[in-house]
Ligand binder design. Structure first.
Ligand code: NDP
Length: 293
């Protein structure tokens, strides 16, 4: 029987995951299809219930469902529990297990960005959505001692900080109001800057002015293109990385969870590059807008 893996999101039309996962199944001789399910929140409970059928290997979950899925699965891994977000579902018989492979994906990207330097201890994070949660947990488990979170809606950042209060009890995790002067002051004290907002995804704009980025900064943008933030940071002398490696490795981790096999990383990277060259820039299906110049 051909097995099925589905990506559940709303929308999912522009999925980069589809391109890389189907190619990986085919290359490894796994008789499985990767389907895109555009499901509104009201359809989510039924869609998750369907996965209990024998033909399903599992699923990916994306915007806007990553947090809503948490109470709908039977078991959560440590990462899913800690972040309060699920991006991958596997099966144990008819039982559903929720994972968060954005966390290992982020850690691979961070390690590569840091390179041979000592892992820094202070970070500034822009954003407080699902992606930001994976970043916070990844930074905490990498041993960061101070993480300052800025978000357009401060209450959401405060909620995220509260969510991690136990995990972060030994270190400083704080939400601060989005004011340029405060961001500048915090950047001066930090070594790593992560953008987990979607600013720069659909328009060529940066969340922060170019002149507040210190030259020795390590800057990671979760968006998979050379965003204005990354271009500004590189111009000021900073070391930069976009979100492609994180996307690739969250996908590779999911592939291994579904199939028990190592993921064909090179092929998946090739497929991602092809999809990007064809103009797809969003992770799973967020509106892509006009191409960034
Ligand atoms: P969410 O919708 O959960 O969060 C979006 C975030 O962006 C929030 O912090 C939101 O702030 C902020 N934001 C959106 N629009 C604006 C705006 N106009 N001005 C200021 N802030 C804004 O999305 P995700 O966390 O899932 O994704 C965020 C980004 O990260 C996306 O670009 C996504 O593609 C990328 N991503 C990449 C991954 C990868 O593997 N590389 C994995 C996951 C995400 P507020 O709360 O105030 O609305």
């Amino acid at each position: 029987m051909t097995k099925r893996v589905v990506l559940i999101g709303h929308p999912v039309a522009h999925s980069l995951s589809g391109a890389m996962q189907q190619a990986a199944f085919d290359a490894q001789g796994i008789d499985a299809t990767y389907e895109l399910w555009d499901r509104a929140p009201i359809q989510l409970v039924d869609s998750i219930g369907e996965l209990r059928g024998d033909d399903f290997l599992g699923a990916n979950v994306t915007i806007p469902h990553k947090e809503r899925v948490v109470p709908l699965v039977d078991r959560l891994t440590e990462e899913a529990h800690a972040t309060g977000a699920v991006n991958t579902i596997t099966k144990e018989g008819k039982r559903l297990v929720g994972h968060n492979t954005d966390v290992p994906g982020f850690k691979v990207a961070l390690d590569k960005l840091v390179g041979r330097q000592k892992m820094p201890r202070q970070a500034v994070l822009l954003g407080a959505g699902g992606g930001a949660r994976a970043v916070v947990y990844g930074l905490i488990t990498e041993g960061f001692q101070r993480i300052i979170v800025f978000n357009r809606h401060l209450h959401r950042a405060e909620g995220m900080v509260r969510h991690f209060s136990r995990t972060a009890a030994h270190m400083e995790l704080r939400a601060m109001p989005w004011h340029e002067s405060i961001i500048e002051a915090e950047l001066a004290k930090a070594k790593v800057l992560v953008n987990a907002t979607s600013i720069g995804l659909t328009r060529d704009e940066s969340p922060i002015p170019a002149d507040v980025i210190p030259p020795e900064m390590l800057v990671l943008d979760l968006i998979y293109s050379k965003t204005r933030l990354l271009r500004d940071a590189a111009a000021s002398g900073a070391t930069t990385m976009d979100g492609e490696l994180m996307l690739l490795h969250q996908g590779a981790a999911a592939f291994t969870l579904w199939t028990g096999q190592p993921a064909p990383l090179e092929l998946m990277q090739e497929k991602l590059a092809e999809a990007r060259a064809a103009g797809v820039r969003s992770a799973e299906g967020e509106p892509t807008g006009e191409p960034v110049a």
